[in-house]
Design a protein around this ligand. Structure first.
Ligand SMILES: [Zn+2]
Length: 123
């Protein structure tokens, strides 16, 4: 297909192009997540708290808490931006894999939900 033909085809199939782009992004972010979870779970692909291995609920937890503040500091807003930041920075230490339940439990236990102290960052 010539470049001109490709352009015409893409214009005629915008919905298909968009859908496949979305699919591509999802696939790409899934890959990032798998890579990061694999590293921080020591390849067990499990939550460090309860051992659940459902990738859909697993996330990267900042061991010392203040994950949100740290993410703001490095300027990443969404999960996949954070995952690619971790990869680009050669998997910095201080993180673990937790499921959403264990994250909430940890936050509650450490009282991180009421944290108003934005000044101190121990990263
Ligand atoms: Zn868990």
């Amino acid at each position: 297909m010539t470049q001109k033909n490709t352009k015409i085809w893409r214009e005629a199939n915008t919905e298909r192009v968009r859908a496949s782009a979305r699919k591509g992004v999802r696939k790409y972010t899934q890959k990032l997540k798998l890579k990061v979870v694999e590293h921080y779970s020591n390849a067990t692909m499990e939550c460090a708290g309860c051992g659940i291995s459902d990738i859909r609920v697993l996330s990267i937890d900042h061991i010392n808490g203040k994950g949100n503040l740290q993410r703001r500091k490095i300027g990443v807003r969404s999960g996949h931006m954070f995952w690619s930041w971790l990869i680009k920075n050669n998997f910095p230490p201080g993180y673990q894999v937790l499921c959403m339940n264990c994250q909430w439990i940890k936050r509650h236990t450490n009282n991180e939900c009421n944290q108003k102290d934005n000044s101190v960052l121990d990263v």
